[in-house]
Design a protein around this ligand. Structure first.
Ligand SMILES: [Mg+2]
Length: 312
C-alpha cells in the first residue's frame, strides 16, 4: 500500500479527481486555484469557489499572534480568488479548536479574519465549530467573475512574457507568510491582460511548472530578473538567496503571462494602475512541459526542481 508521503500531493490530487465525477455547469474543475461554475449565464456571472486550511504546527506556530492567524486564513482564499480575476463575495469558516483554547484568543483570530475580509468586500457569513486539536481554520470562499472571464492556469501560449508581482523568498523568516497582502485588485485588473495566472503558494519553480503543464507550453526564466526578497538576516550567498526565491513557499504573489496582443503597453498600464512591484522574469516557449532558465552562469539549462509539496 502506498502512503501519501510516497506518492506526494500532485499524485494524491490526481487520484482523488479520478474518483470524483464532474457535472453540469462546471467550467473549471479540480486542478486550478479555484473551481469555476456557470451560475447565471443570463446575468453574465460565473461563481468561483476555493477553500484552504490553516493548521497550527503546519501553517503557523503555537502561540502565534491570533489576528495574524485569521489574516492568513482569509488571505489564502483571497489570493486564490485573485488568481482567477474574481471579485471576493462570501466565506464560511470552520473552526477546529481544543476545549482548553482561550475564548479571547479565538475571538482575536476572527477579528484578524474580519479585518482583511472587510477590506476586500468578502463577507464571512457562517461556518462551523468543532472541538479537536490542533487548532485549525478551514475557510471556504466564493467569488464572482464575468461569464467565461475567469483567468485559469491553462491560458498561456508560447511567446508570452512571464511576470510576477512583489518579491519572492524568505516568507517564513520575514513573517510575510502571515502578513501578506493578497493581490485582489491586481488580479481583477489582470483579466484584461493575462493569458494564464496562479498565485505562488508552493514556490516559483513548482508553481510555474504547474502553469506550463496546464497550458501545454514551456518556459524560459532568467535568473537575473527574479525579484528576491530582502531579508536582513540572510548572510547567504547570492545563489542561495536565489534558491529561496525559487523554492520557498507561501509568497502569495501573482504569477502570470501577458497575452501577446497586450504586451506592448502592459508595463506602462501596470505602473499607472498600481504601486505594487511587478517584473517580467521570462518567456513561455513552445516545448510542452519544459522549464528552463538562463542560470546565474548565463547558461541555458533545465531549472532544477524543488519547492514545497505537502506529504513529501
Ligand atoms: Mg493558489
Amino acid at each position: 500500500m502506498a502512503h501519501l508521503e510516497q506518492v506526494g500531493e500532485l499524485e494524491l490530487i490526481r487520484q482523488l479527481a479520478a474518483v470524483l465525477s464532474s457535472g453540469p455547469g462546471v467550467i473549471t474543475g479540480i486542478g486550478d486555484d479555484c473551481a469555476v461554475v456557470s451560475y447565471n449565464a443570463q446575468d453574465n456571472t460565473d461563481l468561483v469557489f476555493t477553500s484552504d486550511a490553516v493548521i497550527e504546527g503546519t501553517h503557523f506556530k503555537e502561540g502565534c499572534e491570533p489576528c495574524r492567524i485569521g489574516h492568513k486564513a482569509v488571505g489564502r482564499v483571497l489570493s486564490d480568488l485573485a488568481a482567477m480575476g474574481a471579485v471576493p463575495r462570501w466565506a464560511h469558516i470552520n473552526l477546529v479548536a481544543p476545549p482548553e483554547a482561550e475564548l479571547a484568543y479565538i475571538r482575536e483570530i476572527y477579528t484578524g479574519a474580519q479585518k482583511l475580509a472587510g477590506r476586500h468586500g468578502l463577507v464571512i457569513c457562517g461556518g462551523d465549530t468543532a472541538s479537536s486539536a490542533p487548532l485549525a481554520l478551514h475557510v471556504f470562499a466564493a467569488g464572482t467573475v464575468e461569464h467565461g472571464g475567469a483567468v485559469t492556469r491553462s491560458g498561456a501560449a508560447a511567446g508570452q512574457g512571464i511576470y510576477v508581482t512583489g518579491t519572492l523568498g524568505f516568507s517564513q523568516q520575514t513573517g510575510k507568510h502571515l502578513d501578506f497582502l493578497p493581490r485582489v485588485a491586481e488580479g481583477r485588473w489582470l483579466r484584461d491582460y493575462a493569458g494564464a495566472m496562479l498565485d505562488v503558494s508552493d514556490g516559483l519553480a513548482v508553481d510555474l511548472a504547474r502553469l506550463i503543464q496546464a497550458s501545454d507550453c514551456g518556459a524560459l526564466l532568467e535568473a537575473d530578473l527574479i525579484p528576491v526578497s530582502e531579508f536582513a538576516g540572510a548572510q547567504a550567498a547570492p545563489s542561495e538567496k536565489l534558491s529561496h526565491a525559487l523554492y520557498d513557499g507561501e509568497d502569495f504573489e501573482l504569477l502570470f503571462t501577458v497575452r501577446q496582443e497586450k504586451a506592448s503597453g502592459f508595463m506602462d498600464a501596470w505602473q499607472s494602475a498600481f504601486n505594487t512591484p511587478c517584473r517580467r522574469i521570462g518567456t513561455t516557449t513552445a516545448q510542452s512541459g519544459l522549464l528552463e532558465w538562463i542560470n546565474p552562469d548565463n547558461q541555458r539549462a533545465p531549472l532544477p526542481q524543488g519547492g514545497w509539496l505537502h506529504y513529501s
